[in-house]
Design a binder for this molecule. Structure first.
Ligand code: ZN
Length: 339
């Protein structure tokens, strides 16, 4: 559906009072956990390797104003452990995945200003480094090959490395295949492709430092594990999963001086086996990329979330479209960004 039609429809639904009625009905039994990744200034929003996970800082601030005015923003643990809200406002908790530098430099000051808590899920192996997420490395290789008209060569390599015979020339298809590889195989493949197609890093630090994380932790922000290096847990061997879950939890606890009980599964990659191992490794809460609300039936180690980005809450001028955002928050979306 065209954006203009979507916005008009959202405005009509919002004015009709349906959204408010739905929110009141749901407020006694559910809460919403929102997922954010990157918050960037308008001028550098296109530096994000995946536009579907980026939100402009001005839009993020407008969203905080909306949440403060019409919702009850609470820490994740509080949202999961108790039901409903005494004042009838629907409860919402904020989560940030990956530990991007901009979560500290742009999102955090705004959250402080509006008194909004959040949980930040970090990868200890990436903190403070110039390293890239495997997913971003792949996008850079793809774009470089595309600009040099080498996509067919790259496709041949990808077919070999992923043992997939597809003739797709669609980047997201192969990005999804990449996410299904164990970390060792993924690293080997990416290093090989970067070498033969001569794709180098840009030396820009993307992830927050431990000092920055400590400042946030000392000012009301909660931290959780996103695995050591952003592994898709469900495709790893059980001993690797266990080692990663325990060592990442211990390292964050040691660096930040507090107990770590929350985990977000990278790429939404979890199953029953991962849940069992997470419980054994000492986690009480596991955050997924499944879309949905928290209800009394939600299991603490498979908590659904709703993905937030400019693409789902803005209008044509890229400012927050309040009716569209209200409508979006009241329904399940099928547009999750699995990172
Ligand atoms: Zn992630």
């Amino acid at each position: 559906m065209r954006l203009g039609i979507k916005l008009s429809l959202a405005s009509v639904i919002d004015r009709s009072g349906l959204v408010t009625a739905l929110r009141r009905f749901r407020s006694t039994r559910s809460g919403i956990v929102l997922t954010f990744h990157r918050v960037l200034p308008q001028a550098s929003i296109d530096t994000c390797y995946e536009r579907q996970i980026a939100m402009t800082d001005t839009v993020f601030e407008q969203l905080l104003i909306l949440l403060q005015r019409e919702f009850r923003v609470v820490p994740l643990q509080q949202l999961v452990e108790s039901q409903g809200s005494l004042d009838g406002l629907q409860r919402v908790a904020l989560t940030f995945d990956d530990g991007w530098e901009d979560t500290y430099s742009l999102a955090y000051p705004l959250m402080l200003r509006y008194g909004v808590p959040a949980t930040v899920f970090i990868c200890p192996g990436l903190m403070g480094t110039n390293r890239l997420l495997p997913e971003e490395r792949f996008v850079r290789i793809w774009r470089s090959c595309k600009s040099r008209e080498q996509l067919h060569l790259l496709q041949n390599d990808l077919r070999k490395w992923t043992t997939c015979n597809s003739s797709s020339l669609e980047m997201h298809f192969w990005a999804r295949r990449l996410k299904q590889l164990p970390m060792d195989a993924k690293h080997m493949m990416l290093a090989h492709l970067e070498d033969i197609y001569r794709v180098a890093g840009d030396g820009v630090r993307r992830f927050m430092t431990w000092d920055e994380a400590r400042i946030m932790a000392n000012n009301g922000m909660t931290f959780g594990s996103h695995t050591m290096n952003h592994s898709t847990l469900k495709v790893e061997q059980p001993e690797h999963i266990m080692e990663d879950l325990v060592s990442s939890r211990q390292m964050i606890a040691r660096k930040l001086g507090r107990e770590i009980t929350q985990l977000a599964y990278p790429n939404g990659g979890y199953d029953h086996r991962v849940i069992e191992l997470a419980a054994e490794a000492g986690y009480s809460y596991g955050l997924t990329t499944d879309n949905g609300y928290v209800t009394r039936y939600t299991r603490p180690l498979s908590i659904p979330r709703i993905s937030m980005a400019d693409a789902v809450v803005t209008d044509e001028r890229t400012s927050l479209h309040f009716p569209r955002t209200r409508v979006y928050l009241q329904r399940f979306s099928d547009k999750s960004a699995r990172t």
